[in-house]
Write a protein that binds this ligand. Structure first.
Ligand code: PAF
Length: 290
């Protein structure tokens, strides 16, 4: 925790840009943690990481409508700003940027930032336009908060890859830090969407982590057949009564392309599975020791 002062809440772009500019003039290092709110321990770990790297930590809270599809959960996405204020401050945020939708997308807004290629597979295939929404809002948040560092979570592995790529391709002067997944004691990856799960679904969803652990163990033991590993993971996931398995993907983390070979230094195993009406994602970066 950083200070006893209450966290400063800014709602307009102009105020946020002025405050960041002032800190930059004072040679303060600024880190931003972009979030959609309903903060949990996973977000806290991102804010703590930001706090360990910078003088000023800005947490942005904005449920970004453009990254949700028409039949997705934008309207019911959980929101609790009073709780978020406490969590953000406790974890080390100095400032919360908490704009209204009209501030971010005024009438006439029509610009899009898109990373071609890797935006269209896996999450992008199941959630068309999702990553256009993500990369566009992230660019806006970087321009608004003017950070030296931006911290994102590995839980959204494809998002993390695309943001890194976008920042590199477009020469943004910001360091992107990707912080590890934070899990509940029983292994469920922390997510604001976990609150949608009923008791049975919550228990069933543990198959995600179990299947990833299984893959890691089998690869460590020397198994190199992705077809076999996928089949074994499928069996584990199916034992959790999923309503739909969107994908079990083996991805080369350097290129974010799916691969059928385990001949690179590490493999990203990524999952998207529905339990009832709740769609969960999870992943694990597994070393491949020759
Ligand atoms: O990861 C999220 O919470 C969102 O996708 C982000 C990066 C805050 C953009 O809305």
């Amino acid at each position: 925790m950083k200070s006893e002062l209450p966290v400063q809440i800014l709602k307009t772009i102009r105020e946020m840009q002025e405050v960041s500019e002032k800190f930059r003039c004072e040679a303060k290092k600024i880190a931003v943690v972009p979030t959609m709110g309903y903060l949990h321990n996973g977000h806290m770990s991102l804010i703590e990481r930001a706090s360990s790297l910078a003088d000023i930590v800005i947490t942005t809270i904005f449920v970004n409508p453009t990254q949700f599809g028409p039949n997705e959960d934008f309207t019911r996405y959980p929101r609790d700003f009073e709780h978020d204020k406490v969590v953000a401050h406790t974890a080390g945020s100095d400032i919360i940027f908490y704009p209204d939708a009209e501030e971010i997308y005024p009438t006439g807004f029509s610009s899009i930032v898109e990373v071609e290629g890797a935006s269209n597979i896996l999450e992008g295939a199941f959630r068309p336009k999702h990553f256009k929404g993500v990369t566009t809002i992230v660019v806006k948040l970087l321009n608004i908060t003017k950070p030296h560092i931006a911290v994102f979570g590995q839980k959204d592995a494809q998002q993390a890859f695309l943001i890194r790529k976008m920042v590199r391709d477009l020469n943004f002067d910001v360091d992107i830090i990707i912080a590890p997944i934070v899990r509940e004691a029983d292994g469920l990856a922390m997510s604001s969407r976990n609150m949608y799960l009923n008791e049975t679904e919550r228990k069933n969803a543990l198959v995600l982590f179990r299947s990833l652990q299984h893959a890691a163990e089998r690869i460590r033991q020397g198994e190199r057949s992705i077809a076999l590993l996928r089949k074994e993971m499928l069996n584990i996931i199916q034992s959790g009564a999923p309503t739909q398995i969107d994908y079990i993907a083996f991805v080369n983390p350097a290129t974010f392309s799916e691969t059928e070979h385990l001949n690179q230094p590490e493999i990203l195993v990524a999952l998207a599975v529905r339990f009832g009406t709740t769609r969960l994602i999870d992943n694990s970066l597994i070393p491949i020791v020759p």
